[in-house]
Structure formats: structure tokens, C-alpha cells
Write a protein that binds this ligand. Sequence first.
Ligand code: HEC
Length: 124
Amino acid sequence: MPVFVRIVLLGSAVLLLVLTGTQPRTDAASPVYADVAKIFQKHCTSCHSGARAPDKFRMETYMDVMQGGRNGAMVLPGDPAGSEIIRRVKGASTPRMPKNGPPWLSADEVRVLEKWVENGAPEA
Ligand code: HEC
């Protein structure tokens, strides 16, 4: 193999490593906690944070979200239809969330949340 081909190949491999290593994963097909955290911060943590969080359900960290509140787990990894957090944003359980809506979450935001739960609610 000519040297310049090797250099190009090596360069591409290094570039690929750097890109995949440093880019945040925002692929809607495999959302991670960082993706859903943005949605929670935009629509949920104004109420669901701190000592006065409704039903003691805080949504500030991955641990908070996975732990749930006074009524137990709100996220059942792998089971979006059974997860209260999904049921609430779709209005399948009431009161629908965010409590001060409408506006409700956009269809895209709901899809990201559902996909995240379906994929097992990965932290990263
Ligand atoms: C304006 C304040 C407010 C906002 C914003 C809000 N919530 Fe709530 N949330 C509440 C209140 C109050 C309750 C308790 C309601 C009840 O059951 O009567 C609640 C209850 C819940 C529950 C049930 C908790 C349990 O232990 O049973 C879930 C799940 C939930 N919210 C998710 C969300 C999500 C997800 C968002 C963002 C998309 C959100 N909430 C935004 C006020 C809010």
C-alpha cells in the first residue's frame, strides 16, 4: 500500500475516533440521559426540584428521575406504556404534565422520552 494511502487511512481513523469520542450523542434513535435532561429542565424542574417537589418526585439528576418519589418509580426501563412519566406527558394519566400546560410537550419531545425509556433509560 502506498505511503500516502496509509497516511490518509490513518488520518481518517484518528478523525473518526476524535469525532465519535467528543460529539454529544443527540441521535433521536438512541437518546441518553443528557438528551432527556434538556426536556426535563425546560418543562419539569421548575416544579419537580428541591424539597418542595410535588409527590417528592425530583427531576434534577439521573438518580432523582430513576428513583421516583413518594409513589415509587416513575420510569420503568423498557416499558414506556407502563411508565408514569410517559403516561403523564401524554395525558394517559392525569393530571397531565407539565401541570401548568398547555402547552404540552411537542410530539418530538414525547418521542425522545419514549425511546429513551424503551431503550432501558440509559444514563449515557
Ligand atoms: C407547574 C408545576 C409542574 C410542572 C412544570 C410539572 N409538574 Fe409534574 N407534578 C406537579 C404536581 C403538582 C404533581 C402532583 C399532581 C397530582 O397528582 O395531583 C405532579 C405529579 C407528577 C408525576 C406523578 C408523581 C407521582 O409520584 O405520582 C409525574 C410522573 C410528573 N409530575 C411528571 C412531570 C413531568 C415529566 C413534567 C415535565 C414534562 C412535569 N411533571 C412538570 C407539578 C408540575
